[in-house]
Design a protein around this ligand. Sequence first.
Ligand code: SF4
Length: 281
Amino acid sequence: MTPRSRLRVPTGPQTPRPDGGPTPAPAPAGAPRPDLALVRRARRMHRILTERHPDAHCELDHSSPLELLVATILSAQCTDKMVNQVTPALFARYPSAEHYAAAEREELEELIRPTGFFRAKTSSLIALGAALTERHDGQVPRRLAQLVKPPGVGRKTANVVLGNAFGVPGITVDTHFGRLSRRFGWTASEDPVVIEQEVGALFPRRDWTMLSHRVIFHGRRVCHARRPACGACPLRGPGLCPSSGIGESDPVRAQALVKGPSPGGSSPTGSSTTGPAGAAE
Ligand code: SF4
C-alpha cells in the first residue's frame, strides 16, 4: 500500500486567507488588553516549547481536509495512535462525503469500533457526509461558522481542521491545552471558549496553530495531568511556569516520567489524544 502523505502545518508565518477568514473566538469588544508582563512571559515560554518540541505537529494521519475532519471526530475518547490504525481502511472504503452519507451503518460501525463510542461516531459520520453533500457540494467548508454546523463537529474539531488543513490560525483547546494554560497562569478559566480568547490575546494570530501543537505535545510528554515531570521540564524555574514544583522535582525521577523521544527527537508516541469527547466542544 502506498503510504499516505501527512499534511503538516508550516512553521513560518502564515499568509492571511484570501477570503479574510474567521478569527476563532474573538475577544469581546472592549475586553481588557492582557498584562504586558504576562504577554512577555507567555511568549518566552512559547519560545522554550518551540525548542523543546521542534517536531510538534498534528498527530492524526490524513491527506485531505475530509480525512482530518473524520479522524478528529474519531479521536474523541481515543488515542491518536488507535485512530491512525483504523483510518487507512476507513479512508480507502469511504473516500468522499457522499460515501459516508450512503454508508451501511453496521459496516461503518465495525470499521471504527476500536475507537470507542462507535455507534455515536457512526451517526456523526453519516450525518456529516449528508450535511457536506447537501450543503457544500461534498467539500469541507473553510469557515468556522459553517464547519461547526454538522453533528459531531464543535469548535475544537473545527479549529483542528482550519489550522492543519487550510492554514487558518486557530487555537485547539483540548484537555491538555486547557490544563497547561491554567498551570502556566495564562488563564484561570475552565471554559474552552474563554481559554481560546484569553490565550489567543497573548500571541500573534499566526502562531496560534503551532502554539496549540507545542502545548499539547508538552502536555502529552512532560506536564501530565497526574504526575507532571517538573524536574525535567524546561519551563521550571523563576519567571516561567508558576506551577513549577507541583509534580516530581527530582531530575532523575522526573526524567523517568517523560514520555516520547528525547528533546529534538523525531518519533513521537501517540500517547494520548485530543482529549475527552466534547472536552472543548
Ligand atoms: S514546571 Fe511542572 S507544572 Fe510547569 S509546565 Fe513544567 S511540568 Fe508542568
